[in-house]
Design a protein around this ligand. Structure first.
Ligand code: SAH
Ligand code: SF4
Ligand code: F3S
Length: 478
């Protein structure tokens, strides 16, 4: 299906100009005049970069109706939970925090509590929140972010609990206002949803079918970002490699990279995530050809055994995957390859697990996110026999790290003595004297420097390396 006709332009077609929202804005203006400060919101974001970016849209909506952000949830007039349910512990974290906020709301009854995000796309979880956390005032879904001002109006003016989870996941809402967290780097959606139905994963059930944004919408957004001084963009999709498949005028991800590479001002282009089944030779060439596209591919393997991959519905084999790694490394010799690995998928035998270790050794990953398989209700894998006991999962997990970490450390140690451009991101969490940033390969670097370098590109000579970060010194030239 073409998604062209389904695009809704939020400013022109929907709620920011509705009567209710204008009233709400006026109320907030009145509040500002009377109190000398604006009402405040605090967003708690769980999960992946999709959610991080959705929170920027939520913040944008709130700011356009007259709210200010606060970093202190205790003082906020509106607290929003943007939730994730990818693994059980993600869900437990949200319920734990909701319990804490219950006490807060008791002391501050006017505070509005809203819950949104992937967890709210599931009816059973929504019902649980409505029943066990009855103080929650607003519930909305991943496709109803634009409705938030109306929902706030319902609570504030009509004194009504408000739930809005319409399934309009076929629509793309363009031009939603966004309050981006950083001005030097930005997240940019290129696809929404997922069609892959990996058997362990909830995402297709909560984010709907895959839809691509029109190339022109993406190019315009990145052009505008460049004009505002943004240096690094990260293109977001559950599988960026299938970008464009469902557009009326077919377009490919590789083509999109060539287009974005032309934009003056943008210095780095990143993307997340590449599904191995759809990584084309054209894309390998685009990474090689486009100077702004970072020499880094996040290429989740999930498991090394072909049996397990089949039961995961990943649609590639270990051999195909290793062939891709080889292709990437021969086209772009200094490319960094990172991955996601799940241990303890139902039916995983010791032999299957050894296959995962074998891929880790052969691919020589630059880093990896490692997960214990978590059974998710509603997925095919939850119904599979031979769920792996926790102790075996943990044992395999520990052995995986024993193989993985020395490889990652050796990769980082290989950088010692070399100079890399680093985009300075923040003050280091570990020490006040240090700044932190990343190389194009996504390696984290700590170095001494003044705070006003944040957002700048600096050259860093690497002096030492650990498993999770490297240290270095600012140098003038490469
Ligand atoms: N669309 C991306 C990432 C989706 S979620 C991709 O396909 O790569 C991020 C990671 O969470 C996945 O790559 C997978 O490794 C992990 N994950 C997803 N569901 C999981 C589950 N039920 N248990 C454990 N890990 C899971
Ligand atoms: Fe989940 Fe697979 Fe889609 Fe990634 S590609 S979001 S793992 S179903
Ligand atoms: Fe992301 Fe979690 Fe949803 S990983 S897409 S926020 S379920």
């Amino acid at each position: 299906m073409s998604n062209k006709k389904d695009i809704i332009n939020i400013n022109k077609d929907t709620n920011l100009t509705s009567e209710k929202v204008i009233k709400l804005k006026n109320n907030n203006e009145q509040y500002f005049i009377l109190n000398g400060k604006r009402k405040t919101y605090h967003i708690l974001t769980y999960g992946c970069q999709m959610n991080e970016h959705d929170s920027e849209k939520i913040a944008g909506m709130l700011s356009s109706i007259g709210y200010d952000e606060t970093s202190d949830e205790h003082n906020a007039d509106l607290v929003i939970f943007n939730t994730c349910l990818i693994r059980e512990n993600a869900e437990l974290k949200v319920f734990g925090k909701l319990g804490e906020v219950k006490g807060l709301k008791r002391n501050k009854p006017d505070m509005i509590v809203a819950v949104c995000g992937c967890m709210m796309q599931k009816e059973e979880i929504r019902d649980k929140v409505l029943k066990s956390f009855s103080f929650v005032d607003i519930i909305f879904g991943t496709n109803t972010i634009h409705e938030l001002p109306n929902l706030i109006y319902n609570v504030e003016v009509n004194k009504k609990k408000s739930v809005d989870i319409i399934d309009n996941s076929d629509l793309i809402f363009e031009d939603m206002p966004k309050s981006r967290k950083f001005n030097y780097k930005a997240l940019v959606n290129i696809t929404y949803g997922c069609n892959n139905f990996c058997t362990y994963c909830v995402v297709p059930y909560v984010r709907g079918r895959e839809k691509s944004r029109e190339p022109i919408e993406i190019i315009n957004e990145v052009n505008a970002l460049a004009q505002e001084g943004c240096k690094e963009i990260t293109l977001l999709g559950q599988n960026v490699n299938s970008y464009g498949n469902n557009l009326e005028n077919k377009f490919t991800f590789a083509k999109l990279l060539y287009e974005l590479n032309k934009i003056t001002g943008i210095e780095r282009i990143r993307f997340m995530t590449s599904h191995p089944k759809d990584l084309t030779d054209d894309l390998v060439m685009a990474i090689k050809d486009c100077d702004k596209v970072c020499n880094h591919v996040h290429l989740p393997i999930q498991a090394g055994s072909n049996d397990v991959l089949k039961r995961m519905n990943r649609k590639y084999t270990k051999e195909h995957y290793l062939e891709l790694v080889k292709k990437l490394k021969s086209a772009v010799p200094d490319i960094a390859i990172t991955t996601d690995i799940i241990v303890g998928f139902p039916g995983e035998t010791e032999e299957d697990f050894q296959e995962t270790l074998d891929v880790v050794k052969k691919a020589e990953y630059d880093s990896a996110f490692t997960f214990l398989y978590s059974m998710r209700e509603g997925t095919k894998a939850a119904l599979m026999e031979d769920q792996i006991p926790d102790d075996i999962k943990h044992n395999r997990f520990d052995r995986l790290l024993e193989v993985l970490y020395p490889i990652v450390l050796a990769k980082n140690e290989g950088c010692i003595g070399k100079v890399y451009p680093v985009l300075v991101e923040s003050i280091s969490k570990t020490s006040d004297n240090f700044l932190t940033g990343r190389t194009e390969h996504f390696r984290l670097v700590h170095f001494k420097g003044s705070e006003d370098l944040i957002g700048q590109m600096v050259n860093i000579k690497i002096t030492s390396a650990k498993t999770f970060h490297m240290e270095g010194d600012i140098v003038k030239d490469k």
